[in-house]
Design a protein around this ligand. Structure first.
Ligand code: SAM
Length: 234
């Protein structure tokens, strides 16, 4: 039962706006009938079939928070290849997989064995996800699994995350490819203001060959977090 919902395309292809009392964003599920983290689903009839969308909770996903924060360029779109560092149990990865669709793929790296198990299970339902339970500080180890990609995303919450991003970009990110990195200020330096941490991190990214274009703070979804997006070796 339930009220009729209206789903409209978002400005970013592969992302949808689910209209309701409060608008939400969502992705079209590649695995209808399944949930990954007990997220809400909505079904919309289209001809004889029903299309299933999964609500994308910005409190649970920094990419969703970045989109709702108004980022201008996302890079992640249908058909593209994404290398995703810090996949955890794969909740956000599952939405990225929905966006890139079956013509694209997501290479998802996570070094915790525990989270890695959930990630591997999620990937069983999404054949465009390649789970890699390994350390993103050693990108050479997964060279047999990862091709050159269009987009590199990092959410590892480590002090040296800019360096980790650069190591992976050197091996796998196309020249002119896009990057997106989430920055948790107190993971990098808890002794200075978050805004100072963000500015320093942007300088570090520039030294490493990235061209940062936008910074989005992730309030109200995450406190003292920002996301920086831009281009690699344009
Ligand atoms: N991106 C996830 C999401 O949206 O659901 C949340 C990621 S969580 C903030 C950070 C993750 O990075 C943790 O699961 C942690 O185990 C992982 N991580 C940290 N350092 C890593 C490394 N060197 N290689 C691979 N994964 C790492």
């Amino acid at each position: 039962g339930g009220a009729k919902v209206i789903v409209e395309p978002h400005r970013f292809p592969g992302v949808y706006i689910i209209r309701g009392k409060e608008d939400m964003i969502g992705t079209r599920s590649l695995a209808p009938g399944e949930t990954v983290y007990q997220e809400k689903k909505v079904q919309v009839p289209e001809g004889d079939i029903k299309i299933e969308y999964r609500v994308w909770n910005p409190y649970r996903s920094k990419i969703a928070a970045t989109i709702l924060g108004g980022v201008e360029q996302l890079g992640i779109r249908p058909g593209c290849k994404v290398l995703y560092l810090g996949a955890a149990s794969g909740t956000t990865v599952s939405h990225v997989a929905d966006i890139v669709g079956l013509e694209g793929s997501v290479y998802a790296v996570e070094f915790s064995e525990r989270s890695g198990r959930d990630l591997v299970n999620m990937a069983k339902k999404r054949i465009n996800v390649v789970p890699i339970v390994d350390d993103a500080r050693h990108p050479i180890r997964y060279r047999m699994l990862v091709p050159m990609v269009d987009v590199l995303f990092a959410d590892v919450a480590q002090r040296d995350q800019a360096r980790i991003l650069a190591l992976n970009a050197q091996h796998y990110l196309k020249n002119g490819g896009r990057f997106l990195i989430s920055i948790k200020a107190n993971c990098i330096d808890s002794t200075v203001e978050p805004s100072v941490v963000f500015e320093r991190e942007i300088e570090t990214l520039k030294e490493l060959g990235f061209v940062p274009e936008e910074m989005i703070t992730l309030e109200p979804y995450e406190v003292d977090h920002a996301a920086v997006s831009g281009v690699y070796r344009p």
